[in-house]
Ligand binder design. Structure first.
Ligand SMILES: [Zn+2]
Length: 87
């Protein structure tokens, strides 16, 4: 007994489903940058008056890794790591 719905139940060819999924994934990637440390979306800095996005690329995660990171990881992981490396 298989409880999970199979592809046939939706009446949609698997190629089509995969195409939609790929599109959505691409959209999400374009929309939000993910933290390379905790894998959560990085915080977006908005203009308090206009709500316009001022900065959406997070912080540089170096020297922890080569990607970007969120404010939380920047404060709790990246900055302490930098201090450790200086000393
Ligand atoms: Zn993070």
């Amino acid at each position: 007994m298989n409880c999970s719905p199979s592809v046939e139940d939706f009446g949609t060819p698997i190629v089509e489903i995969m195409g939609v999924m790929a599109k959505n994934t691409k959209k999400m990637k374009e929309k939000k940058m993910m933290c390379s440390i905790c894998c959560k979306p990085v915080d977006v800095l908005r203009d308090p008056k206009t709500e316009e996005i001022l900065w959406k690329y997070g912080h540089n995660a170096a020297p922890v890794n080569k990607g970007r990171c969120c404010s939380k990881c920047n404060e709790t992981v990246v900055l302490p790591e930098r201090v450790l490396r200086i000393n």
